[in-house]
Design a protein around this ligand. Sequence first.
Ligand code: 3EB
Length: 346
Amino acid sequence: MDSRTGLHLDYLSLAELEAAHWAGVMGVATFDGSRVELAAAQIPVAEVNTPLLGDAGGLFEVWRTQQTVESGTHGRVRYARTADMLFGCIAVKESALPDSIADGVRTPLYDATEQAYREILGTVDALGYAHLIRVWNYVPEINRDTHGTERYRQFNSARQAALLGGGRPVTGNVSAACALGAAAGSPLVVYFLSSHTAPIFIENPRQISAYNYPPQYGARSPVFSRAAVLEEPGGMTLFISGTASIVGHRTIHAGDPAAQTRETLTNIEALLGEANRITGSEGFTFEALACKVYVRHPEDLPVIQAELRAAIGPTPRAVYLQADICRRDLAVEIEATAMVAPRAGA
Ligand code: 3EB
């Protein structure tokens, strides 16, 4: 994986990060309040508030490339870009927004979400990286009801409205994504990758597309694709969205975190198959994945880890974070990234 050029993802400890060089780093995400100092001053850092499980010490999600990187800000979006792609992040506090429901829809979280997305779309349009590939959303207290509606649903309504307002589709060619809970009092944090050229979007044959979920999951559907593939001259990157124990549109195995993990891995396997089929590759395998596993209840960590080892092998590349999942009956969600050699003849 290291010999390829193009985008590269690593999950690093603080010691590894300090030993690494900053050349080519496009963006960093932290999860436990760790700060990246000095050398990284120019690099956008998304400060996510989802505690680390298992290992002690910091964890840094580092996106790098071998191309020249230039960083900047556009409104509240901090970004770094190469000629082909852009990493960006934004944090929006709800506390600065009026705590009332303005028109039956607008809540502080709705407004924060709409602002974040309006700024993100404005940035990628202004700089010429209009295709959102992958978006990470961290919504404080995602399962709490306020103003008569669950906050995840408030977020979904605002995300959809902002995408429509920005001239984007809300079905079909929409970015891969995840949406997780973050600790109370955190800002809404969104980070993303976007590109000049359109990626390939992939759906899961075992699941109804999220943008077609029936209204029981909220007045406005979540807008995301199950996966996206970015092709670069040096290789292909598969971004698997947050994936859970959902078949069709229904949660299955409620109350059973081990079975939910197995079902989630079956969904990921289906996406790997689709990615290989659509790109004509054989490289998208469990072994190629770097996984980020969101665990609702820390006490479920051992059974979830055991299922990953059983499916992927004794030492899966996986990091574990505590986060609420967007449906209350989901105990686990897994996102994954795989980087493989270019397809033959490409
Ligand atoms: C699901 O499949 C589980 O709202 O952006 C997964 C990935 C989920 C992304 C989002 C939500 C999102 O519906 C939840």
